[in-house]
Design a protein around this ligand. Sequence first.
Ligand SMILES: [Mg+2]
Length: 150
Amino acid sequence: MEDLRLPKYPRKGWIGVDLDGTLARTTSGMHPHCIGPAVPAMLKRVRYWIKTGRKVKIFTARAGDPVSERFIHEWCAYYQLPRLEITNRKDHQMIALWDDRAVGVVRNAGVPLVPLPMGFWRLVRLRISQMLGGRELVQRECLRAGPEHG
Ligand SMILES: [Mg+2]
C-alpha cells in the first residue's frame, strides 16, 4: 500500500487538487454538470492531508461558475470532505498541484518527470475494471447525487 505521508508537504501554503480525472472519475460523454464518483486513492490522500493540517483547494476549470461550485461543494459534502476552497488560480502559496493533465518538470531544466511505468498486470486489471464497471458506475453515482447533477 502506498505511503500517504509521501511526499511530505509543509503545513504552510496549500495543495491544489484537480477535480475531473483526479479526485473524481471522469468519462467521455458525461453531462458537463455531472461530477463522477470519487477516485478512492485520491480521496484517501486528500482526507489524510486535511486530517494532518494541510490546506487543500479544488483546482478546476469549473471554478467561477456559481452552479458548478455549488455542485462541487455538495459533492465534497457527500464524501464527508469539509467545504474546500475552489479556484483556478495559482499563487505563491501553492506548494503542489495534483492534476491528471499536468506534466511535472525538473525545476529550471525543462526535463519532464515521467511517472514510473505501471506494472503490466496492474494496468490489465485497471483496464478490465474500467471496461466492466467504469461508465455504469459513473452514471449510477451521478443519479444518486441527484438529477441536477446531470
Ligand atoms: Mg483533470
